[in-house]
Design a protein. Structure first.
Length: 151
């Protein structure tokens, strides 16, 4: 069970995980040792899964974002497993969701431009077996992008 200090600690770490335990302790009004122990407990409970660096898509020239809806030919277990295993190999795919509705999957794809997206579609995605159809939507403007979850 998370108490209010754990919740605040999680918010602080999601905002900036490079803060030192001393900085976190000052903001939480706890000792450095108490903060360290809380972090270790949250890691052990797997509430904190990992630490990552968020990079600038613009500065890496990878800011063309596509949401691609994918429909499989059939919903056979082996088709689903094969598609999911293959999609994991594509670095262009940032996220993949198995969804309900008209399509089976939604992919969030990050590439340089429309030409790179076309190459991805032609040489990778449409070469996968069991795909019946795809529909692509291109990002016009990023309105909200958050990695923070309210504990």
């Amino acid at each position: 069970m998370l108490d209010s200090k754990d919740r605040k600690l999680l918010l602080l770490l999601q905002d900036d995980s490079k803060k030192t335990t001393k900085q976190l302790a000052a903001e939480l009004h706890l000792s450095v040792t108490a903060v360290f122990e809380r972090i270790k407990k949250l890691e052990k409970q797997r509430i904190i899964e990992k630490y990552v660096a968020l990079v600038s898509k613009e500065l890496l020239n990878k800011n063309f974002i596509v949401l691609c809806h994918v429909k499989l030919i059939q919903h056979k277990k082996e088709y689903i497993a094969q598609f999911e295993n293959e999609i994991m190999q594509f670095s262009e795919v940032l996220e993949c969701f198995h969804v309900s509705g008209d399509y089976d999957y939604i992919l969030k794809i990050c590439v340089r431009d429309i030409a790179e997206y076309r190459e991805f579609m032609v040489s990778k995605l449409t070469n996968l077996q069991h795909i019946a159809s795809t529909q692509s939507s291109f990002m016009i403007k990023e309105v909200k992008n958050s990695t923070s979850i309210e504990p």
